[in-house]
Design a protein around this ligand. Structure first.
Ligand SMILES: O=C1O[C@H](COP(=O)(O)O)[C@@H](O)[C@H](O)[C@H]1O
Length: 246
């Protein structure tokens, strides 16, 4: 297991470098096996990364029919809502990507199911359909995540009971301190069921959370401190998030 911090000059550079890293990683993976499973994130740099994938000349070198896309979390809002993570991803990249619709695994919203728990159970079933032997989900080749200023990751927020859920891959989240209050999130064991995890962060407001996570803070206080991919956990940050600005 390895890890590391890569510091880029600014948010735009984080997004462009992460996009290049993702595309090269997919090309490498596809040279030996397929499909590849990638879990996406919402958030400023997460969506900017997808826009940078869309703009990259390498984009068309990837065989997208050999890629499955998932989400680490979703806001429990109706399909097409501008605050949903998948809406941002569609606008930035997916609407223009030759990927089979059935390989884009979205989380159901209130237009489809009664509550976040039902959406979580349905997403868990979908993950199970593609599970690696002996587990409840695929091993994600890349788990792309953001981090909140409070240290939240996906929709696992500090001191919420969802942090301790280990018997499921997906949970319904309520009382999120960041709107909207209802969400669906992979649990920590599911987030860590990844070969590589890349946490993207930019801006001074992320610096303290990044510092605490890297220092191994109590993960109930800083959920991102619990991230540990099987092979490599990378922190892809800008100077400000690295605490080196000014
Ligand atoms: O609410 C969420 O926030 C985080 C971080 O977003 P950012 O805009 O502060 O970078 C994101 O990673 C997560 O997917 C999302 O649902």
């Amino acid at each position: 297991m390895t890890g590391g911090v890569v510091v880029h000059p600014d948010a735009d550079a984080v997004a462009r470098a992460t996009a290049a890293r993702l595309l090269l990683h997919l090309l490498d993976t596809q040279s030996v096996r397929r499909p590849a499973h990638v879990s996406l994130t919402g958030g400023g740099v997460g969506i900017a990364t997808l826009a940078a994938v869309a703009a990259s000349p390498l984009r068309d070198a990837v065989d997208w029919s050999g890629v499955h896309l998932w989400w680490g979390d979703e806001r429990f809002l109706p399909a097409g809502h501008e605050e949903r993570n998948d809406t941002g991803a569609r606008t930035a990249l997916l609407d223009d990507l030759p990927i089979p619709a059935e390989q884009v695994h979205t989380v159901a919203g209130p237009d489809e199911v009664a509550d976040a728990e039902t959406a979580a159970a349905r997403y868990a079933d979908e993950l199970a359909r593609f599970a690696s032997p002996g587990s409840a989900s695929p091993v994600f080749d890349v788990m792309l995540l953001g981090i909140g200023p409070d240290g939240h990751v996906a929709s696992l927020f500090p001191h919420q009971a969802t942090l301790d859920v280990t018997d499921r891959t997906v949970v319904g989240v309520h009382d999120s301190p960041k709107p909207p209050p209802d969400r669906v999130s992979l649990t920590l064991p599911a987030l860590n069921h990844a070969t590589e995890t890349w946490v993207v962060a930019a801006g001074e407001q992320k610096a303290d959370a990044v510092r605490r996570a890297l220092a191994g803070d109590d993960w109930h206080a800083t959920p991102a401190a619990a991230l540990q991919a099987r092979v490599r956990t990378l922190w892809l940050v800008d100077l400000a998030a690295a605490g080196s600005a000014g």
